[in-house]
Design a protein around this ligand. Structure first.
Ligand SMILES: [Zn+2]
Ligand SMILES: [Zn+2]
Length: 124
């Protein structure tokens, strides 16, 4: 049942903080608990967790893909200065005409780009 343990450690880590991590960061953390885990195994498990909907990915333009263990609907704000990803819960309205044109929305993920308050302050 080693595979289950690997998956659980990855999920535990992702659930431990409301943060977004790259596969390498997850690997570094999980390796503390399972020293012989490989980066390939971490990627494989992450792939399965994404497939099963237990983990979502946040793709950004200028940094590697990040993984998010919080799968309830939320949007992301990526700071273009410090590259940090912030979570936001937004109320969404249907973009004009999508449903009336016969499209069925399965999910939506919005990523906003800009400058976070911390970077904005340090720029003044
Ligand atoms: Zn920032
Ligand atoms: Zn998130």
């Amino acid at each position: 049942m080693r595979n289950t343990r690997q998956r659980e450690e990855i999920l535990d880590f992702l659930h431990s903080k409301r943060e977004h991590y790259t596969a390498v960061q997850i690997y570094d953390a999980v390796r503390q608990k399972i020293p012989d885990i490989s980066l390939g195994t971490v990627y494989r498990n992450l792939g399965k967790l994404v497939e099963s909907g237990e983990v979502v990915t946040v793709g950004t333009e200028d940094r590697s893909l990040c993984y998010d263990g919080f799968t309830f609907p939320h949007d992301h704000f990526v700071c273009t200065e410090c590259k940090k990803i912030f979570d936001f819960e937004f109320e969404h309205t249907e973009p004009k005409g999508i449903i009336s044109s016969g499209f069925e929305i399965e999910y939506e993920r919005t990523v906003y780009y800009g400058i976070c308050p911390i970077c904005k302050k340090s720029k003044i």
